[in-house]
Design a protein around this ligand. Structure first.
Ligand code: SF4
Length: 252
């Protein structure tokens, strides 16, 4: 039995995830600690000033914090540009909390924490060794060879509701089904994702000191508002890019 669970809140999860977590806390025999580094949305949309760069001085720019798709000047797709969201808003806040709670000393080398990570058997390529010497990782669902489908079947068999996938509502790793589900079940957050998509692109265009391309949340390089999720079965993003989210912290 774990001593506690840690949920790192990017403050950008859809309502269904927060509701699920509220309910889960009433079911688990151990506490769930919620930690946050702040608002990822604010981090992504903040315009910054770069005093010196190879492109010129005093240029304004946005950090490439999330894994967006970019359209290069030649119209070509430049996929999932470098990002820091998972490391900064999930991995580090979780490790900081574990350090404090478990009394990890500076420079400690002995393993004294076992961290369970909920990657399922069909996502085993996301398994990764810990980044510090005092943690060892375990993947209980992989040990039990449980795929995502097995997990959902287990929940149904035990009369639990089906959980939503945990990810920021505007995460570009969503596949078409996940965008469709968001649009159908949480139209408020789908609309917020549409607005985020437009604002992010506009700010990137107005402040070209960072990424020199037009950014989109969807691989088709179309604004979310123009994609026909309702009647087109293949809008251009049919497989989950969470497989490339190798930290194993998002889309679980
Ligand atoms: S869900 Fe997506 S946008 Fe949010 S932290 Fe994870 S990779 Fe980044």
């Amino acid at each position: 039995m774990p001593d506690f669970a840690v949920f790192a809140d990017t403050q950008a999860e859809p309502t269904s995830v927060y509701r699920w977590l509220d309910w889960l806390e009433t079911q688990l025999p151990f506490p769930v600690i919620r930690v946050t580094k702040g608002s990822l949305t604010e981090e992504v949309l903040t315009v910054r000033l770069k005093k010196k760069s190879i492109y010129g001085d005093n240029l304004t720019y946005l950090r490439s914090s999330i894994p967006v798709y970019g359209k290069a000047p030649d119209g070509e797709l430049r996929a999932a540009i470098g990002r820091s969201c998972t490391a900064e808003f999930k991995v580090r806040p979780i490790l900081k909390e574990i350090r404090q709670r478990c009394g990890i000393k500076h420079g400690q080398k002995d393993v004294s924490v076992t961290q369970w990570i909920g990657i399922s058997y069909d996502e085993m390529q996301r398994m990764k060794l810990p980044s510090n010497p005092w943690t060892q990782h375990r993947w209980p669902l992989i040990e039990k060879r449980m795929t995502r489908r097995h997990c959902i079947e287990w929940l149904k068999r035990n009369n639990y509701p089906e959980p939503p996938r945990s990810a920021c509502y505007y995460c570009p790793f969503h596949d078409d089904d996940e965008w469709r589900r968001l649009k159908r079940d949480d139209p408020e957050h789908f609309q917020k994702a549409v607005e985020f998509d437009e604002t992010y692109r506009r700010l990137q265009n107005e402040n070209p000191g960072g990424m020199r391309m037009e950014v989109y949340l969807h691989r088709s390089l179309k604004p979310l508002s123009e994609i026909d999720f309702d009647s087109d079965p293949d809008c251009g993003q049919t497989s989950f890019d969470f497989q490339s989210e190798c930290e194993g912290m998002c889309g679980l």
